[in-house]
Every structure is written in structure tokens, then in C-alpha cells.
Write a protein that binds this ligand. Sequence first.
Ligand code: 13P
Length: 288
Amino acid sequence: MKTLREAVQEAEEKKVAIGHFNISNLEGLWGVFRAAQSLNVPVIIGVSEGERDFMGVRQVKALVDSIQKEYDYPIFLNADHTYSFERVKEVIDAGYDSVIFDGANISFEENVRLAKQCVDYARACGRDVLVEGELGFIGQSSKILDEIPEGVSFDDASLTSPSKAKEFIELTGIDMLAPAVGNVHGMLRGGVDPKLRIDVVKSIKEAVGVPLVLHGGSGNSEEDFKQAIANGVSIVHINTEIRVAYKKGLQLALQENPDEVAPYKFLRQAVKEVQTVAEAKLRMFNNL
Ligand code: 13P
């Protein structure tokens, strides 16, 4: 079975991106896995601190492992936005494939100090765990937005600076970088987010070399994804659109069958809607 590091390297070489989808439960996991399986592409399951607390930090790991083994499939588990060293340590100890230390909203110096501590712990753990760092604030919630979140702006000075990114990587040794390139966590009501700054993606990639991870993918266009991937993005994160799909499936099923009380019946539509969205994104990310 290939490791996540190998899968990311392969994506970089092929100029495609691995889809990263957040889940909150087993239905989400089946929806995402079936989408990837139908296209035969690797996939990353993401769980934020809140999502993994809900599922169980070690329980979600056991579920992803069980699919990886039973289907002999490159499905990986990432601890999404993690805000302290203690919580990074927890997921490395639990066997996750990768972790994001999110210091986007703290000072550069503090971000460097904590990201480096996470990298040192990962390197000493005896497994190959990828550590991602974040530079540039893009908001924090995967939800429907009425306006761009406070603290997020798209002027050049607010986007990630290529030279700062280079310095950050040299000081911390992180494996991958999540930059601010016009992306935003969450999705504007109406489903269309501002355009990405492909020129900034390109300059950052040229400066840093390491794989770039595009967060906040909900609401971005296919054309933007293609350009971002061609210019250095190797993983794309989608959460809000997956949440919306899940809720839509659940609402539809309950409306159509208000007397149904068997969860395995009324949750089927939710799995299906998640699968449909994940599959459409995976086609875009993998040039299929
Ligand atoms: P969206 O909710 O905008 O898709 O962002 C997801 C994300 O980046 C999770 O890390």
C-alpha cells in the first residue's frame, strides 16, 4: 500500500490533486469512499478537531483503516485544522497519516515555534507522518456565508507572501503548505466564492517547492481548480459542499417518507448526495 507521502508525490508529478473531504460520521465516509472507488483515485478523509471529537479520535482512525485494509485502497486520514501541539500529538499517537498545525491566526514567530515542535514530534514518532503548516488567514468555518469572514481580505498584503512562505518552511521543516491565495473557508450563499489568485499560487510554489494544499475549496470554479493544480496545488479540501449535500439528502428522505424511522433507510439518500458531490470534485481534481 502506498503511503500518503508517495500519493502526494505522484499527484505532484502527474499535475493532479488528491481530493480531501471532511466527514462527521460513517455516512460521510461511505459517500466519499464510494466516490473515490468509482473513479479509482486516492482520497483523503479529513476531520477537524470538532469532527473528530464527535466521531472519536481513535474510532474514525479505526473506520478509515478498516476500509483501507478490506478494499486494499489508498484512503488516508488527515487531522484537519489543529490549533495546539497537544492535539497534534494526540493524532500522531493515534496513527493518523497527516496533520495540519493551523497557526494562521497567531504571530509568525509563534506559528514557527509550534509548527516546528509538531514537525519534531512527527519525525520522532517512528512512522512517516506528514505535517502541514498554514500561513495566511482564510477564515475558520465550513458554513454558508453571508459575507466574507472578518479578518479575511484579498489584497496583496493579506495573501501569503512567497518569501515569507519560504522562510516559514526553512524554519519549520513542514512537508506541505496551506497558503492564502484568495480562498476562503465556507461558501458564500449562492455558491460562488471570489476567484483564486493563480499568480500567487504560482509564485509561492516557485519559492517553496513543497506541495501546496488548497483549503476552502467549496464555491470555487472548475477553471480555478484546474489552474491552481497546474501551478502547484497537490491537495484540495472540500467541506461545506459535502455538509450541504448530506443535509439535502437527509431533508429529502425525511420529506418523502415522514414516517420512516429506520436510520439506515432515511440516511441512504445522504450518502448518495455526498457521493455525487465528491465524485464531481474528484473528476475535476484528477482531470477525468
Ligand atoms: P470549505 O468548507 O470552504 O470547502 O473548506 C474546507 C476546508 O478547507 C477544510 O480544511
